[in-house]
Design a protein around this ligand. Structure first.
Ligand SMILES: Nc1nc2c(ncn2[C@@H]2O[C@H](COP(=O)(O)OP(=O)(O)OP(=O)(O)O)[C@@H](O)[C@H]2O)c(=O)[nH]1
Length: 356
């Protein structure tokens, strides 16, 4: 569960970095569009110097805030502040180019779409509220309190409706994209046959726990587990029964360890369990629970009846401050092969090999 949350947070940060680049392009695009509009003949522009000054302040803000990295804020906050700066520039440009009749009013859509896609519904709604207030203020400065007459107010709102619709539909799409991304990530981290983590997810968990444990005295244990004689099961009962055995072992392992232990399928008939903060005695108990559970639950195979399965296990534990995870995996592997050599269906620890 925690691993899933971490993966989600990591993906969210990567995604925000991608949006960050897009926002830079939108910011410059906004500035260029406003400046190009001002060069068009026959378009009413009051106080062009004010717009140019606002554009210059905006450009300085973008360079300082984004490129010179003068402020260290979380990515989400940075994006939010930048979208507010874009709203400010757009509002000034709209105010001096025809207010509610300004063609530049549509530039607000750039900000609304970007916010709905990246910053979520709450910030988008807040921004829509700001844009609506600005729009009513602009209308009021032209028509005074007339704007509160039903016909005028409804026609103003009708012209404003596309902004709300675009924001709503874009945030729905953003939510769908979020679900799709979470699903793809889950697929990328999951072994299809067993539903356990795959090696990609395991490697990430391993380096995360290694980092957390480094510097402290926390132990880190690994159980390397290999199904015994799976080739013979495949040959005698067929590949589907071999798959059943792999799934049964996966379930037995999952049911025998703690929620924050990481269980992964390591390869064909091999599994690996990472037990953070577990000393050798605790990891050994978990390994024995796995052996017992598998011994107690033979496979039910059509026509053949009950087929017993077993696994061999290698255990290694590391005081992380004194070793590295490559050693940990190598030691667990050696212990596993000691279990195989000793006749299978047993657990060996690396410390017992080292002591022998
Ligand atoms: N059914 C099935 N078999 C698989 C899968 N992946 C690997 N295998 C088989 O698992 C067997 C593993 O064989 P070996 O590594 O030689 O070991 P073993 O027969 O389990 O014997 P020991 O490990 O020495 O006890 C091979 O025959 C693979 O084809 C799979 O996803 N499904």
């Amino acid at each position: 569960m925690k691993a899933q949350r971490d993966t989600g947070r990591r993906a969210g940060t990567i995604e925000l970095k991608g949006f960050n680049r897009t926002l830079a392009e939108i910011e410059w695009l906004l500035l260029v569009l406003i400046l190009v509009y001002m060069t068009l003949p026959d378009e009413p522009v009051e106080q062009p110097l004010t717009i140019i000054a606002a554009g210059a302040v905006f450009a300085i803000f973008v360079v300082g805030f984004r490129y010179a990295n003068l402020f260290t804020l979380p990515a989400r906050w940075k994006l939010t502040i930048e979208t507010w700066a874009m709203l400010g520039l757009t509002a000034i440009a709209v105010w001096y180019t025809g207010k509610v009749d300004s063609p530049l009013l549509n530039l607000f859509l750039l900000v609304v779409i970007f916010s709905a896609l990246t910053l979520g519904k709450v910030i988008t709604l807040l921004e829509l509220g700001l844009i609506t207030s600005f729009y009513l203020l602009a209308a009021h400065s032209v028509d005074g309190s007339e704007i509160f007459r039903y016909e005028i107010f409804s026609s103003l709102m009708l012209r404003f409706a596309p902004f709300v619709l675009v924001a709503y539909v874009t945030s729905l799409l953003a939510a769908d994209l979020g679900f799709a991304r979470a699903y793809v990530e889950q697929l990328a981290d999951t072994d299809a046959l067993t539903g356990l983590s795959n090696m990609r997810a395991f490697d990430q968990a391993l380096s995360r726990h290694q980092r957390l444990a480094q510097g402290g005295d926390e132990p880190l244990s690994v159980l390397m587990i290999d199904i015994d004689n799976l080739k013979a099961i495949n040959d005698h009962y067929g590949h589907d029964t071999g798959n059943l055995a792999i799934r049964a072992v996966a379930n037995a392992i999952r049911d025998s360890v703690r929620g924050n232990d990481v269980v992964a399928r390591y390869g064909g008939d091999e599994f690996i369990v990472l037990l953070p903060s577990a000393p050798e005695t605790a990891a050994r108990r978990a390994g024995e629970r796995i052996l017992n559970r598998i011994a107690e639950s033979p496979l039910e195979v059509a026509k053949a009846g009950r087929v017993g399965i077993s696994v061999s296990i290698g255990l290694a534990t590391l005081p992380v401050a004194a070793g590295n995870v490559e050693d940990l995996l190598r030691n667990a592997d050696q212990a596993l092969y000691a279990s195989k050599r000793a006749g299978r269906n047993r657990l060996s620890t690396f410390t017992s090999l080292a002591a022998a």
